[in-house]
Ligand binder design. Sequence first.
Ligand code: FAD
Ligand code: NA7
Length: 448
Amino acid sequence: MKRVAIIGAGPCGLGQLCAFAAAKAAGSDIPEVVCYEKQSDWGGLWNYTWRTGTGAHGEPVHSSMYRYLWSNGPKECLEFADYPFEEHFGKPIPSFPPRGVLADYIRGRADKSGMRDCVRFGTEVRYVCWDAEREKFVLITDELQSGGNRSELFDNVIVATGHFSVPNVPHFDGIETFTGRALHAHDFRDAAQFTGQDVLVVGASYSAEDIALQCHKYGAKSVTMTYRTGAMGFKWPETMDERPLVQRFDGRVAHFKDGTSKEFNALILCTGYLHHFPFLEDALRLHTGNRLYPPALYKGVVFEKNPRLIYLGMQDQYYTFTMFDAQAWYARDVVMGRTALPSAAAMAEDIASWVAREEALEDPYQEIDFQADYMRDLLAVVDYPKFDVDLTVAAFKEWEHHKIDDITAYRDKAFRSPCTGTTAPLPSVPWLSAMDDSLESFVNNVDG
Ligand code: FAD
Ligand code: NA7
């Protein structure tokens, strides 16, 4: 029997398990599937941990999520088509849930798949190489608790280890003289630690935007965001501002490109993450930055140089869970031989045309259309349940407008489900003053 290894049981790995479960439920013989997960539970980044640095067994801590994180996009744009929110919660809930609510939803769907027995928890994949003679992958794994390791052979490997865990940490002149607290977003946990402080945030993307807002919400005295390419340009509250890139530090003082300077208590580098696969032999490694169409992946998933290797979720993400599912359903069909891959030349041509299109994109609205088209391309050839993709595109564009209107209030809006058609209730407490992010409070405190 064919053996398939999935590395990682976050939303991508779980999507893959659900795809195999769906084929099995429809009466197909599925391959032997083994999913390796270094954490003790499934959920990936959505599992909050207080830990930073290394975990209980010396492994790098995976999660970059923080205590008071709330979804930064409408939940309707990530709703599993085979498991709508209403099915999980038994009633409609507002559009921007806190982390714990989404984690519960992810786990509920995973539980329903009945695939938990396929997952080897607390097991880290240390090394993967291709054995050309046997035409199999060799996987070496470590059981973190016992310290034992194993070597196994697989016909296919599916990498679902995410790419928002290994920090990109640039150097700035004089940063070693900065006497305040300096950290990367990966290690940011509790915004309340910055109450009353002057905080400098480096970066101009999602982490910078949200961590700056978190610090503001939890009482930072001021938050300055410093950008390399362009300012985010939102209408920030009075105590927040954006400045061109910091050039150097002199003790607590940061000097900016526009000649201004300011003293800070804390420095948070929201400078993104590396696609980092230390467990793969170099010939199998994907080399890319955070972009919408990483080159080298046919249909965004099949590794061009060795099509037995598949990567899930390696794109920069507007769409998350539904895009991961579309990819997982497609990957399943490739692995099971239901979908034939074209010649190497045809794959290269297809990749090149998507990359060229990506490189011509000019604004977030075009990027949303691009990623929706990519997802539609996959959905057209798989049997994933239908949902209203056009509605999610409109929702994402409306969400962009809401952010421009008021960056502190975009989470107080409601969207319509592309699966059930139900419009979400409004939250009874606006996000900016909602300090209780418990599941019970969020699900029950709705307007009207
Ligand atoms: P991950 O969730 O990272 O899961 C990868 C899994 O692989 C982990 O469980 C990890 O333990 C495991 N793993 C890694 N290496 C190994 C190994 N060698 N051996 C065994 N197991 C391994 N998306 C949204 O839709 N909405 C949001 O609001 C949102 N907020 C975000 C906030 C932050 C701070 C970050 C960093 C990301 C956010 N995202 C959000 C995007 C996020 O990328 C996806 O939601 C999703 O978690 C990606 O799933 P994944 O399975 O690709 O990766
Ligand atoms: P992103 O979206 O990859 O953004 C990284 C940001 O870091 C971006 O603004 C970069 O600036 C900036 N950056 C990177 N290197 C530098 C240097 N050397 N100097 C200054 N600024 C730099 O990562 P995020 O963490 O924001 O988002 C990742 C996910 O986490 C996302 O899905 C969220 O939902 C949460 P640039 O704009 O390229 O000039």
